[in-house]
Design a protein. Structure first.
Length: 648
């Protein structure tokens, strides 16, 4: 209100050619604010000065200056060695609990073999803290149970809710608002806000922030979504700017919508990085103020319809905006229209999100987070015994071992796999063994849910590192260790928790191929080139791979190697001789090529029915299947005995 009155006063003075000093002051203020939108750090400081004394509503937390970190003295510093050693310290665990750690101690060389894998040391250190906290929680639970207090423990509130709602949020408009996301985001999760941009500038921001790391004042920002209604130094037109931030890497490269270079409009999950409608002429007639929420004092009446450029947000007009998590990135829709897409960047992934922050000139009405990861209530799982994995005796011979990549909070995906292709007779009888390979989470609530799941179903193998995408190659090593040292598998297969595997057809195909040594079976790629785009999730620098083409490799949703190859990978890992490469399927191709150079007779068996982009009739593996799709595919197999896709 003060700024509005000041502006009005300036206009009066200007008309009378008075008040030069006032005009100069106002000009200085606007220049500062104008410059602030160009620098996210300056912008944050500007917002903090405005919002520092704002009130707290609906479990919101004011966005103020980050807390000052107390100096860390020598006694508080925990060395990497001690954190790593804590991961492998013997624990008083039951036989049931130890089933989840059958590859754990065989990965104790990881910290010395992390060269070439981004965030390797951080992932081990963070896992040391997470594991210690989890073990304390497990010990507390056992102590409570031994004291006959288990009933009280069972009635605790569900730790990972499916949705979170904050309604009637108008009271906190203008103040920074934080919505806690207890167990991170997964594909299909969404955050919807309903509000009206207002104020002098009409600028507002949405930040998806991760957990604050020890010793760092601010958490990483997985997505910074910045709406600038009055433009900035680059443009005078409204613009949306998207970015990421980490303390070590500072701000990344901005992505702007509309883009100054429309030819660079890439696609994420087959959706435009910036919708072509943004910035185009919008010839719709907007009736004068009928739906406007601005006061009558500031209402501008439109005497005649004028051509204007389309922009999804307008000062004084209500908007419904939804951020949705996809496979490759995060999409924003406004009032039902797709507006922007933002591809994930290295180490900044949706499972890390711990809160959504909304700040700036927006009057919020409500915020809803839905599709959040949540585990099933074990007390109400009717088919629990059928879903439990039968124990596998150590060194038992199996025809095929299948290792499934999964992340800690992907509870629903693992349950879908258990209810579908893990119900094949070959799996239930023990001819085929299946295990999920899951890294630790930075969130203790997620780790507690994961621990309970592992104890219940007996099919989870925990990994002694935090689950960054750049470290999935370590899981490939763990799968080879399990398939050759824990069980004695004739073949070892790797797949993902969003892939539907026709186990019967994989076995038939392997029998037809009749190759028991030097086998790589799957969708073989022989002429793949490294991604050199620094913004790509699969970016490979010339230092990581100097060549122009990779050796032959098989796509990750479903490939099989023979026992001798898996055994060699396991042995080479122990000797520290494996080249670490962050693309795990390409890494397997590189390792096999190295074996070939040393005399192994390698047989590349192509299987084009491994569908890497969805589902096609006759599939052996169908990738990118949501839990509901997995159940649908299973039902079709049971009904028709044919590999038909949903929708056919």
């Amino acid at each position: 209100m003060f700024l509005i009155l000041l502006l009005e006063a300036c206009i009066v003075k200007m008309k009378k050619w008075y008040g030069g000093l006032i005009v100069l002051s106002l000009f200085t203020f606007l220049v500062f604010r104008y410059g602030a939108v160009e620098s996210p750090l300056l912008e944050r400081a500007f917002q903090n000065s405005l919002f520092r004394n704002a009130s707290n509503h609906l479990h919101s937390v004011n966005i103020g200056d980050p807390p000052v970190q107390a100096p860390i003295n020598g006694s508080q510093v925990v060395s990497t060695d001690s954190l790593v050693s804590s991961l492998f310290t013997p624990r008083n665990l039951s036989e049931e609990e130890l089933r989840s750690l059958q590859t754990w101690n065989q990965l104790d060389h990881l910290i010395s073999q992390g060269e070439g894998l981004p965030h390797a040391i951080e992932a081990i250190k963070e896992a040391g803290g997470a594991w210690g906290d989890l073990m304390i929680s497990v010990e507390d639970e056992k102590r409570i149970a031994s004291g006959n207090e288990s009933a009280a423990h069972k009635t605790k509130e569900k730790q990972c809710p499916y949705s979170i709602r904050r309604m009637n949020a108008s009271e906190f408009s203008g103040s920074g608002f934080r919505l806690k996301i207890p167990c991170g985001l997964v594909q299909g999760s969404s955050i919807t806000l309903i509000g009206t941009p207002e104020g002098i500038m009409g600028n507002f921001q949405i930040d998806l922030a991760g957990a604050t790391l020890p010793g760092e004042p601010d958490p990483p920002i997985i997505l910074h979504y910045n709406v600038r209604l009055l433009g900035d130094k680059i443009t005078e037109d409204p613009v949306i700017v998207q970015n990421t931030w980490t303390l070590p890497g500072d701000w990344g490269d901005e992505e702007r919508c509309p883009s100054p270079d429309p030819g660079e409009n890439k696609k994420v999950d087959d959706l435009e990085q910036c919708s072509t409608i943004v910035g185009k002429d919008d010839r719709r007639i907007i009736k004068s103020g009928k739906y406007s929420n601005v006061s009558g004092r500031t209402l501008i009446t439109k005497e005649a319809p004028k051509p204007r450029k389309y922009f999804p947000f307008k000062q004084g007009y209500l908007a419904v905006a939804t951020l949705r998590v996809g496979a490759e990135g995060i999409q924003m829709t406004v009032d039902g229209k797709h507006i922007t897409s933002f591809a994930y960047r290295e180490s900044l992934e949706p499972w890390l999100v711990s809160e959504a922050r909304i700040s700036g000139d927006i009057k919020l009405i409500s915020v809803l987070a839905s599709g959040l990861p949540t585990s099933e209530d074990l007390e109400h799982v009717l088919d629990l015994e059928m879903l439990k994995s039968p124990p596998i005796p150590i060194h038992k011979s199996v025809d095929l071992f299948i290792g499934v990549f999964s992340t800690a909070n992907n509870f629903k995906r693992r349950m879908a796999v258990r209810r579908t292709w893990m119900q094949y007779d070959a799996v239930r009888s023990g001819t085929v063994a299946v295990r999920f390979f899951v890294g630790l989470h930075k969130n203790q609530l997620v780790n507690e849910e994961l621990w309970n799941e592992a104890r219940t179903y007996g099919d989870v193998q925990l990994m002694p590192f935090v689950d960054y995408y750049s470290l999935i190659t370590w899981k490939t090593i763990a799968i080879c260790i399990y398939g050759t040292n824990v069980v004695l598998a004739k073949y070892v297969m790797k797949t993902d928790d969003d892939a539907f595997v026709r186990v019967d057809e994989v076995l038939l195909s392997l029998n037809r191929a009749n190759v028991t040594r030097g086998l790589l079976y799957g969708r073989i790629n022989e002429n793949a080139q490294p991604h050199r785009d620094t913004d790509s999730k699969w970016y490979i620098s010339p230092q990581e791979w100097p060549g122009d083409i990779y050796p032959p490799w098989a796509h990750g949703p479903g490939y099989v190697v023979s026992r001798d190859i898996a055994k060699t990978v396991s042995k080479q890992h122990k000797k520290g001789r494996l080249k670490m490469f962050k693309l795990e399927d390409v890494a397997m191709g590189i390792w096999i090529d190295d074996m070939k150079k040393k005399g192994l007779d390698v047989k590349y068996v192509k299987e084009d029915r491994v569908n890497t982009e969805g589902c096609e009739a006759g599939y052996v593996v169908a990738h990118y299947q949501e839990p509901r799709d997995m159940l649908c595919l299973w039902d079709k197999l049971q009904e028709t005995k044919r590999a038909r896709c949903c929708g056919e």
